[in-house]
Design a protein around this ligand. Structure first.
Ligand code: PLP
Length: 450
């Protein structure tokens, strides 16, 4: 059959509540026009993030009952480690409470002031953790990545010529590691090809620089390689993932994404000395190395979730659902980052609202109107999130895994098309409060008069 269906049936449901536009107008004003500060029960369709919002399977809930809550040496950790090592293959597996804890430990151990860390595009927490230890977070995406409308099968790729040039110019001593984010979240959820990972690894190896993969969406990246890269059509997503990680020296992972879990993460490395230093730091802030800030039952949910994320029928449905949303609004003229990514559709707010300059946060204006029009929560990835580093103003509609059905997605299409028709009436925003870093989480704004 041609129809792609959700490869699951629903055993437990959660009510979602409709509100009126007037109610939403009041709520968003009270939240300082920051969607992070709106109560979740006043959101109808929550596309703020795909992080930690997955619906767990019966197998995951069953595994949680087996959680061994021993402080040290729990059998849950053994199952977690086996599951991670089977897919990722690294020697050391260090559990953390989420991805950013893995990043903080990695950068604290590997980086110092004045160092430079190249990445295809740093995610916001990756950039912040890198800069927090005094290193420079350098984005080296391919040129196509900065043109939202440009079509490229692997738009998440790193510009290898610029990587080689950067290493020649700065010297390998100032570059403690190179990172690749799969898929490239801040760059539009776009995949990285196996050929690009291999080319980046070859450059790193020549200079003795380790390569780390920011692995949050490794299963979705594997699926895109299977669909789009010559020679991979007959390989399983698992075999493709194993091949990707065989090219790296370690990884950071948020299990809240392709771990299909609500919390958790891990840090992997093949380096014995680094692993020791990382575990020492882990004990200081996260916990003993067999739980790393997680309950035994969390480790169990991740051990099962990593494998479910690699199932072909699941990946087929997920990527098709994201593509349905992107292709339907694009067909009506809505500017999106092309082609549709894995976990999210990114609206190009600068092209959607050309009358609002970046300094007046076009992405914020668009995200707020999607909430007012239909109770949909999205997130700005642009000038509010990255300040002057922002090269695009995007609005991300992230799709939680296994949570929404086709009719929810059709509703989202309808709301976006309604806002698209009225786009010229939208206004920009001014900042009234900002924190010194990661300001988008707590910023407060006000609409501009006019
Ligand atoms: C979510 C994410 C992180 C951080 O993970 P948390 O679990 O949110 O701390 C890092 N990198 C990328 C690409 C991500 O998507």
């Amino acid at each position: 059959m041609k129809t792609i269906i959700e490869p699951f049936r629903i055993k437990s449901v959660e009510r979602i509540r409709e509100t009126t536009r007037e109610e939403r107008q009041r709520l968003i004003a009270a939240a300082g026009y920051n969607l992070f500060l709106v109560p979740a029960d006043a959101i109808l369709i929550d596309l703020l993030t795909d992080s930690g919002t997955s619906a767990m399977s019966t197998e995951q809930w069953a595994a949680m009952m087996r959680g061994d809550e021993s402080y040290a040496g729990s059998s849950s950790f053994d199952r977690f480690r086996r599951s991670v090592q089977d897919i990722f293959g690294f020697r050391h597996v260090i559990p953390t409470h989420q991805g950013r804890a893995a990043e903080r430990i990695l950068f604290t151990v590997m980086c110092k002031k004045g160092d430079v860390v190249p990445n295809n595009t740093h995610f916001d927490t990756t950039r912040a953790n890198c800069e927090f230890v005094g290193a420079e977070a350098l984005d080296l995406p391919i040129a196509e990545a900065l043109e939202p409308a440009a079509l490229h099968p692997f738009k998440g790729n790193m510009d290898t010529a610029r990587l080689a040039e950067t290493i020649e110019r700065l010297g390998a001593k100032r570059i403690p590691l190179v990172m690749l984010t799969v898929t490239n979240n801040s760059g539009g959820g776009q995949p990285v090809s196996m050929a690009n990972i291999r080319a980046v690894k070859a450059i790193c190896a020549k200079h003795g620089i380790p390569l780390y993969i920011d692995a949050c969406r490794f299963a979705e990246n594997s699926w895109f390689i299977k669909l789009r890269e010559p020679g991979y059509a007959d390989k399983t997503p698992r075999a493709i993932a194993q091949e990707m990680f065989s090219l790296a020296d370690g990884c950071t992972m948020s299990a809240k994404k392709d771990g299909l879990a609500n919390i958790g993460g891990f840090l992997c490395t093949n380096d014995d000395l680094l692993a020791q230093q990382e575990k020492d730091l882990l004990i200081l802030t996260e916990g003993f190395p067999t739980y790393g800030g997680l309950a035994g039952r969390d480790l169990e949910a991740i051990a099962v979730g990593l494998n479910e994320a690699l199932e072909e029928d699941y990946l087929k449905y997920r990527i098709a659902s994201t593509g349905f949303l992107g292709n339907h609004i694009a067909a009506a003229g809505v500017p999106i980052v092309q082609p549709p990514g894995g976990h999210a559709i990114y609206l190009d707010a600068r092209a959607f609202l050309p009358h609002i300059p970046p300094a007046q946060f076009p992405g914020v204006a668009l995200a707020i109107e999607l909430y007012l029009a239909g109770g949909i929560r999205s997130v700005e990835i642009g000038t509010l999130m990255f300040g002057e580093h922002a090269r695009m103003d995007l609005v991300r509609l992230a799709i939680p895994r296994r949570v929404y059905t086709q009719s929810h997605i059709e509703y989202v299409v309808e709301v976006i098309l309604d806002v698209w028709k009225r786009r010229e009436s939208l206004r920009g925003y001014d900042l009234t409060y900002q924190a010194p870093f990661l300001r988008h989480f707590t910023a407060r704004l006000q609409p501009r008069a006019g």
